[in-house]
Structures are given as structure tokens and as C-alpha cells.
Ligand binder design. Sequence first.
Ligand code: NAD
Ligand code: LMR
Length: 446
Amino acid sequence: SEKDKRYSVVIAGGGSTFTPGFVLSLIANEDRFPLRKLKFYDNDAERQKKIGDACAIIMKERAPQIEFSYTTDPKEAFTDVDFVMGSIRVGKYHMRELDEKIPLRYGVNGQETTGPGGMAYGMRSIPAIIEIIDWMEKYSPNAWMINYSNTIAIVAEACRRLRPNAKVINICDMPVAIMTRMAHICGLNDYHDLDVNYYGLNHFGWWKEVRDKKTGKDLMPLLKKHVSENGYWIGGEYDKETEASWAETYKKAKDCYALEPETLPNTYMQYYYYPQYEVQNADPNHTRTDEIREYRQKIVFEECARIVKAGTAKGNIWEASAEHSNYIVDICHAIAYNTHEKFFANIPNNGAIANMDPDSVVEVPCWFGADGVQPMATGMAGRFQKGLMEEQQACEKLVVDAYEQHSYNKMWQAFALNKTVPDALVAKKILDDMIPENKPYWPELK
Ligand code: NAD
Ligand code: LMR
């Protein structure tokens, strides 16, 4: 029966730094989201093997009842699956480094999903995500893809246009990560304890209401006070492991809030409100990519090597932190069991934000169930937010235009229009440096 159903999951991007943590979360949630099969798929066999061999040991020790394998063969990967997790990074950290460092040559912000770097990354991701959707539809037509491969806003716009009927949901954990901080600030446990009204685009949004889910109490006054003084920074034990750049980001929310104190901002607004500050504070030779190479990536691959060498995963670094409530597991669970819980997704607007285009992609709370996602009506966007969103959304649409039409000018316009870029000549210089580097991934722009 449905009740006893066990699910088959494939992680596309098996070599991702997030994979082992996710595997531990899946195991920790076996009671509410039981698996029969777990597969990894990646197009880099060598990178995936390092993660896969360690995870094979974890699975053997902790969940021998689940059949585990990893592969680079699409047919093997996407046959007999219920859920596809999209966790790929096209061009890997080599290309992320260029996304960050090329704009900085010209005094423009270098960031993974923001500005020219984010648009370059989005352009690389489109064909790879479409390819995965097509394999899923071919080999497992009933499956759902939960995609969190960036640049989500651009990928979601490409899905809307190119695969409008595909069972793909584009998500991001930034709102829930901030909400877990909000919950802590209010003396609650995590994002499950909050009921919110939030609207915007991916990495570009605002909370207009935050309530205690149980009591309905309005938490905005308390949160506004905290954010006006500390941003989303908590400090102490809570932030013991927070990396330097994230510490700055959470603190900087204070300045974002100062500009628009009726709502609470997504942390990514810092790049659009204060681009000059971001550039002045950046080291053009040492960006977030370097920090990840020195920290997360190093830790993950060293730990995998240690597990393989020891032949046991006992005492591994993910065990202690394997959150019992992992956001992606929550989402799979909601779809599998038709719970209609409220999470966030990037979906065609269709009225979710009353005064935005129906055919624009927005990020809003949605009810997740067996039929996919149903967006919540969030009301009207403020004038300030609407102006910002329409500019940013036009950039995202122009990138997809550039992809579809192989148009140099559309991509140049996307860069030139972006709030992080001061003028069209700077936009052109950045684009012209990016084109040869992105040759293996982008269509040829004419
Ligand atoms: P990573 O580079 O560590 O791993 C990505 C993997 O994708 C690599 O092993 C790479 O070989 C593989 N890959 C690249 N192109 C592929 C393709 N066409 N087909 C199959 N596999 C391919 O990256 P990461 O830092 O772990 O991030 C993974 C993704 O998750 C990124 O898109 C990132 O932006 C996104 N992300 C998600 C969350 C989240 O909510 N969990 C948070 C931050 C980032
Ligand atoms: C990541 O790889 O972690 C990013 O997607 C976000 C960040 O930390 O820069």
C-alpha cells in the first residue's frame, strides 16, 4: 500500500560537497521518508567516487536495507526513481571562481548567484538541468525533480519556458536558513515553528509577516528590533561554526533593514543595496570560492578519504550535525505523503504577487503536495520592492533570451541592466572576458 511505500532517490551531482550531509539526513529521517534505493549520478566519475565510496560505507553501516550505488550512466541513474535531487554545479569551483573574480577586475561585485557571475552561472546551468529533466521524463516519467542547483531564478525561468509541464520544483534553502535564525531569536526551535508571508525572487525577497505558528503571535516587532541592532547575527555558541563571510552577511542585514524597515530582508539584498561596499570589502584574489576550497570542500573530501581508509564511518563529522529536520527531506516527505505543508518555491507568478506579471518567476511560500506546489497569495509588493524586482527579473529573462536566441546583445543587456553593474561598457568588458572561459558550457553568442 501507499503507506508502506519505500522511495527511490537519485542525487544528481553526487560529487557535491553537500551530498554526505544529505545522506545522513535521509538516514536520520528513515522513519518518515523510507527509502528502498539511493543512487548518485555525476558527470565527473573521479570526484563522485571519492564521495560515493565514503557514502557506501556509511550506508552499509547505518542503512544496509537501502540499495546504494553511484554511476555516471544516465540510464542507470534515472531508471526506477521517485525523486531526483538536483545538486549540480556546472563548471564546478573553477568556473565559480571566474564568476566571482572576472567582475571584480572591473570593480563589480563578484558573487555566485548575483550580478554578472550569477547570470554566467545560470547560463551554464540551463542546458544541464534541461538534460536531467529529459532523462528523468524518459526513464522515470512519474518522478519529481527537486532542484536546488543555482542560479535558481534563471533555471526556473528556463524551466517555465522550455519545459512548462515538467515535474520539477526549483527551491532554495536561504529563506528557511534565515527563518531558523528568526526562530532562535524568538526563543523557538526552527522554521517549522513560524508562519510567514514572504515574497520576492530567488535570493531577492522580503518577509512582510512572521508569526508564531502555534499561537499566532506577531513576531515582527521582536525581530525588527533584533535585526535593526544585529542583523540576523546571533553570535555565541549558535554562530561558533559560522564562516567569516557568512558572519558578515548576517550582520549586514542590519543595513539592508535600515533602508526598508517595513519588511525583513533576504540576506542577498546586500549585493543590490550596497554594491560599492561589497566591492570595497572584497579581496579580488580571495573570494568565497577560495574560502570554500579552504574550508567546506577540504573538510568534506578529507573526511571522505579518512572514512574510506579506515573502512568505517564511525564518528564521522556529519553524524553529530545530521539535522533531524532537513529542508529537502521535508519537501520530499510533503510530496510523497501529500501533506500540503508550506515551504518555498520558485514558480510562475500567476497572481501570487498581485502586482507582478503573471508569467514572471517569483519565490513565494507554496503548499507542497502530491500535485506539486500551490503558491500562496502574498498580496501587493511595495513600490520599492516592485521596482527592484522588475529590473532583476528582466535581467533573468534576458539571460534566457540570450540562451534561446544565442544572442550576444541580450546577454550584454542583461549585464548592463543589472543593479550591480554601473554601465554598459563595464558590462561589455566583463562579458567579453567571460565568453572564452564559458566556451565549453554556453551556446555560441552571436
Ligand atoms: P560541488 O561542485 O561540490 O558539486 C557539484 C557536482 O555537480 C560536482 O561533483 C560536479 O561534477 C557535478 N556536475 C557538474 N555538472 C554536472 C552535470 N552536467 N551533470 C551531472 N553532474 C554535474 O557543488 P556544491 O557546492 O556542492 O553545490 C551544488 C549545487 O547546490 C550548486 O548548484 C549550488 O549552487 C547549490 N546550492 C544548494 C544549496 C542547498 O540548498 N542545499 C545551498 C547552496 C548551494
Ligand atoms: C555555497 O556553495 O555554499 C553557496 O551556494 C552559498 C555560499 O556559501 O556561498
